[in-house]
Design a protein around this ligand. Structure first.
Ligand code: GAP
Length: 471
């Protein structure tokens, strides 16, 4: 017969074995690259799956798994809170994805939303002409033969048809940015809401781009969610507001844990500006596959979009300022970021492996050191042993109580060590274990993800304990 004590000892031995196995796995040379490790972790833990995996995949698409969707929802709601709900000068919108085809003529996307394309005449592979590294790599594959077509401009918009007739008249596009849905609703919002310039309209939604090449996991894909704000200002105040939004958005990432050495704001040179831009800054992240590069754009779009839509729709889209009796077409400052690109930066920045000699005493483990606000689950609750009814009951009770105010997981599979490793890998900041003492002292062990330190906390205090930590 096993005593409770020997069961606990067995659990500890199993933990050690598991850690040793884990240690071995993460030392294979195959797994040295952080991107490979991340892609594998995301698949293994239900964070991100390759799109259409069952059919061998569809290039440039990824599916969010059960854990990934919680993570993405946290990013979106924190963005919404940062840009809309915490402010008095921004309202939200959720426009249709399909717009009247004239929208894309007015916006300049039909004429100018292109990338330079070249094709290898040997094998017909297509590349972006401005991606020198890809071209060099491809050339090396053909060694003696090298033959390229002339560069031509390739429009990135996905074409589709509205209604049952596939002809030019019914052709439109899947939106490549959500911004145009905002511009075409500018007058509606102005008429219906109590807004005064300066004010903004924010939107989160899918965008589609038929990228010539995709890659680096979520970095460049063909279908992605965007978080965009169009902030309407009086001409002449645009430079000041541009500076303001650059700083404001940079701070959001830092507040959510992105390490300062991995992020910076860079003003783009004129030759790199999009067709609509009077000046663009980018918030760059230090990507492991390319060094510093774009995570978010903060553009000064001037009056380009509203003027063009006024011209194409033949409606006035100017603004009358009561105080000065002036009429003008507002300028627009636009912070815009892909949910997936932000998610990738948060994942890379949070990815950590513990050294076996570290103070955590956990041995080698992988963990996502996500800011608690971003973490899919904030807390995981375990009974020490799954076959002890009283422990399971108590753990379930705690789980149900905490679930009322935050996102909580319950786990009674395997042993405690295995459960910790699982929660570490999905970034759960705290694990709560109900043991035999809990039944008498009414306390549980709370273990911290990053330090692996444990403390006893009264069960009755748990809601306020986590509430304070998540503030
Ligand atoms: N409305 C402005 C706009 O669309 P953009 O720089 O083309 O500007 C905005 O895109 C953001 O969308 C980028 O900073 C990036 O975060 C994300 N993004 C753009 N293309 C992407 C792609 N192919 N895959 C993933 N994210 C992308």
């Amino acid at each position: 017969m096993w005593t409770d004590l020997s069961l606990v000892s067995l659990t500890l031995i199993c933990n050690r074995l598991l850690l040793a196995l884990n240690n071995f796995c993460y030392h294979t040379p195959m797994a040295e690259n952080i991107m490979e490790k991340l892609v594998a972790l995301c698949k293994r833990r239900g964070i991100i799956f390759p799109g259409s995996d069952l059919y061998g995949g569809l290039n440039g698409t990824w599916d969010l798994g059960p854990i990934g969707v919680m993570f993405a929802n946290n990013i979106k709601s924190l963005w919404w809170q940062n840009v809309v709900t915490s402010r008095e000068d921004v309202v939200g919108l959720d426009s249709a994805i399909l717009h009247h085809p004239r929208v894309w003529e007015a916006s300049g996307h039909v004429a100018s939303f292109t990338d330079p394309l070249i094709e290898c005449k040997v094998c017909h592979a297509r590349f972006r002409a401005d991606h020198a590294d890809d071209i060099k790599k491809h050339q090396a594959e053909h060694k003696d033969k090298e033959d390229w077509t002339e560069v031509k401009q390739f429009n990135l918009m996905f074409k589709t048809f509205v209604g049952p007739i596939d002809d030019e008249q019914n052709k439109t596009y899947l939106r490549p940015e959500t911004a145009q849905g905002i511009f075409i609703n500018y007058a509606n919002v102005l008429e219906t809401m109590r807004v005064k310039i300066p004010f903004g309209i924010a939107q989160i939604g899918k965008g589609f781009r038929n990228e010539i090449t995709t890659g680096n996991f979520l970095f460049r894909v063909r279908e992605f969610e965007m978080m965009e704000l169009e902030f309407f200002v009086k001409p002449g105040t645009d430079k000041e507001w541009h500076e303001y939004w650059k700083k404001y958005r940079y701070q959001w990432y830092v507040d959510l844990g992105i390490k300062k050495e991995n992020i910076k704001v860079v003003d783009l040179p004129k030759e790199d500006l999009a067709h609509y831009s009077k000046g663009t800054a980018e918030i760059w992240y230090n990507w492991p596959f390319m060094g510093f590069g774009e995570m978010e754009g903060v553009a000064n779009r001037g009056d380009y979009d509203l003027s063009r839509h006024a011209e194409f729709s033949k409606k006035t889209l100017d603004y009358f300022e009561q105080e000065t009796r002036e009429r003008f077409v507002p300028y627009v400052i636009e912070p815009s970021v892909g949910v997936g690109r932000a998610m990738l930066a948060f994942l890379i920045d949070a990815y950590a492996e513990d050294d076996p000699t570290s103070s955590s005493g956990q041995g080698k483990r992988v963990f996502l050191k996500l800011h608690p606000k971003l973490a899919p689950y904030k807390v995981a609750v375990f009974p020490l042993l799954a076959n002890k009814e009283q422990l399971v009951e108590k753990a379930k009770e705690i789980y149900k109580t905490l679930k009322q105010s935050t996102s909580v997981a319950f786990d009674d599979r395997g042993n405690i060590g295995k459960r910790y490793l699982y929660q570490d890998e999905i970034g759960t900041p705290w694990c709560v274990t109900v043991d035999f003492d809990s039944l008498t002292d009414k306390k549980v062990t709370v273990r911290d993800r990053d330090t692996a330190k444990q403390e006893r906390v009264a069960i009755a205090d748990l809601p306020s304990y986590f509430h304070d930590k998540l503030r």
